[in-house]
Design a protein around this ligand. Structure first.
Ligand code: MN
Length: 240
């Protein structure tokens, strides 16, 4: 690529970022750039929709740079292989290369994470109801106890990782687990059997998820996250 074209692209990227940062604008997947492989999902709300719990700048960088990057690298890693039926099937398989484990995990985990949140007044926050509330009470004793266990798991991840609410595969119970890096509870080949299951909620506690706004205050990030948690999504996933 010559300098002129590179500069032109750089300029376009800067202008594009400025335009995409406009309040209220819905972020789209990189539809202008056809991808041969798995496709980055559209963000289900605007970058600023979860303010102040999750700030717009963090949301935009997290989605456009981090999440898109996992997809790009995953597709590059899969180029030589026959395409798997689904991301879920790929991650649950008997063997994971480092590239698929890290980038396939990063792609999948953020899909769950974005959907685990919704704007206040449009599905975010409040308390769980219906089947999910009943099952949380049955398996944790109370919703408050579940939230405490989940917050503790998220706060206790050393370094980069995730907290999850899952339906455990072995006994169908709702349990809280945490994973390191971009591992997740679908990855049977690298996960203890009692932590394998189907995710209902995911919370990203990598520093890139909160550092711009919260700096080192991960505990504040976690407590504010409950204000935008999407219980309806978790309820819907429970019923699948
Ligand atoms: Mn992340």
């Amino acid at each position: 690529m010559n300098m002129t074209r590179r500069e032109a692209l750089k300029k376009t990227a800067v202008l594009g970022a400025a335009a995409a940062f406009a309040p209220g604008m819905i972020a789209r997947g990189n539809a202008a750039e056809p991808v041969n492989g798995f496709q980055l999902m559209d963000l289900p709300y605007a970058f600023d929709a979860l303010e102040p719990a999750v700030d717009a700048r963090t949301m935009q960088i997290h989605y456009e740079k981090h999440h898109a990057g996992y997809y790009r690298k995953l597709n590059a890693a899969l180029k030589e292989l026959s395409p798997p039926a689904s991301l879920e099937a790929l991650l649950a398989g008997p063997e994971l290369s480092d590239a698929v484990r890290n980038n396939g995990g990063g792609a999948y985990n953020h899909n769950i994470f974005w959907k685990s949140m919704a704007p206040v007044g449009n599905g975010g926050g409040g308390e769980p109801t219906g089947d999910l509330a009943a099952k949380l009470r049955k398996d944790f004793g109370s919703v408050a106890e579940f939230k405490e266990q989940f917050s503790k798991a998220a706060g206790s991840v050393f370094g980069s990782g995730w907290a999850w609410l899952i339906v455990r595969e072995s006994d169908g119970k709702l349990v809280v687990v945490s994973t390191a890096n971009q591992d997740n509870p679908l990855m049977k080949s690298v996960t203890p059997p009692d932590q394998v299951g189907r995710p209902l909620l995911a919370l990203d506690v990598w520093e890139h998820a909160y550092y711009l706004h919260y700096q080192n205050r991960r505990t504040d990030y976690i407590s504010n996250w409950w204000k935008v948690v999407n219980w309806d999504e978790a309820t819907e996933r429970l019923g699948r």
